[in-house]
Design a protein around this ligand. Structure first.
Ligand code: SF4
Length: 337
């Protein structure tokens, strides 16, 4: 019998059709071609990738748009500043088998996919060797064996790249295998894909997540309130009603979200979309992105101002990751005078 060919889901069409040419991005936003040579140069370091849905959330004609600045390659990426390195979290030392990153006691991270829907210029994994670390075929079996053998584990985190780049079918299969492991209770998915293509939160995915038998959290990555579209809000509210916990982790980025008004509005907008603020991370010192960094005292001052305006449950935890520590390191926030 001839195999049935199902058309790819809409979100997969969006992934195929994303913007990867700097000239096209500038033209879509009515921006002058004077920005093109730098964008083309820096795109050779780390390619441009941005879904059209995300471009639609940007303000045409504004080269300082906070969403555009997260994706537009610029010459500052060539600055080689001491202390900014290819693997700032030393993840290469925490990979017991390909595709597995094991840093903390009761949880383990699986690198499901090397691809993302969007290339964020500040990504701490912009130099990550994904080709050696994707779990498929024999690597997937080894990764699952690793989890089965370690009965101290309670949680599996699907990460990437972006794990939601994987098809629902692949996710369903993997989640089924994880839920069959007795000691695994919790599933966490770290993804930015629903932010940049909200249609990725399909009803089918919702059913997979809500019926797995695992306590499930989707951790989104939203840095600015302008990233929260009505479509994303609708999809998140639906997932929340289906019993999925929705959390957000953001990164403090110089020139993008380092003002108190933006942070306050971000955390209020998250809650309106049924997403709870979780972490506000200090920038990880990755090579090629030092221009986004804000010092720790500056971040503390920002968080203190946020704390004065937000109720405790809307205040994300200010944190940083120090390689080798058994958990994230929380940074103290002293109340503003
Ligand atoms: S979506 Fe996440 S993993 Fe992908 S480039 Fe952006 S920050 Fe990095």
């Amino acid at each position: 019998m001839q195999a049935l060919n199902f058309p790819p889901a809409d979100w997969q069409m969006s992934l195929k059709n994303l913007v990867s040419d700097p000239a096209e991005l500038l033209a879509l936003l009515n921006l002058p071609a004077e920005h093109l040579p730098a964008a083309e140069r820096a795109a050779k370091l780390f390619g441009l990738r941005v879904p059209r849905e995300f471009v639609e959330l940007m303000h045409p004609g504004d080269i300082n748009d906070p969403l555009l600045k997260q994706v537009l390659p610029i010459d500052a990426e060539f600055i080689d500043k001491p202390g900014y390195v290819a693997d700032p979290l030393a993840e290469s030392q925490a990979r017991p088998v390909p595709g597995v990153v094991h840093k903390y006691q009761d949880r383990v991270l699986l690198i499901l996919s090397g691809a993302c829907a969007i290339n964020c210029r500040y990504c701490f994994r912009r130099h990550f060797p994904y080709e050696e670390n994707r779990i498929s075929g024999a690597a997937k079996d080894r990764a699952l064996d690793y989890i089965r053998e370690r009965t101290e584990l309670r949680e599996v985190i699907l990460s990437g790249g972006d794990p939601l780049v994987s098809s629902d079918k692949r996710l369903e299969e993997l989640i089924g295998e994880l839920s069959a492991i007795n000691h695994i209770e919790r599933l966490r998915i770290h993804s930015r894909l629903p932010v940049v293509i909200p249609r990725r939160l399909t009803e089918h995915l919702e059913r997979i997540l809500s019926s797995s038998g695992l306590q499930t959290a989707l951790v989104l990555h939203i840095n600015h309130p302008q990233e929260i579209s009505d479509e994303l809000t609708d999809a998140c509210q639906r997932l929340r009603r289906a019993g999925i916990t929705l959390l957000n982790q953001a990164v403090i980025l110089r020139g993008i979200n380092d003002e108190v008004e933006i942070q306050v509005e971000l955390n209020r907008a998250l809650y309106r979309s049924s997403i709870l603020p979780y972490y506000l991370f200090l920038f990880d010192p990755v090579k090629g992105a030092s221009h986004f960094d804000l010092s720790e005292p500056q971040a503390q001052a920002l968080a203190a101002q946020m704390q004065a305006q937000l109720p405790g449950y809307l205040m994300p935890r200010l944190a940083k990751e120090i390689p080798g520590r058994p958990s994230k390191t929380l940074i103290q926030v002293t109340p503003a005078d």
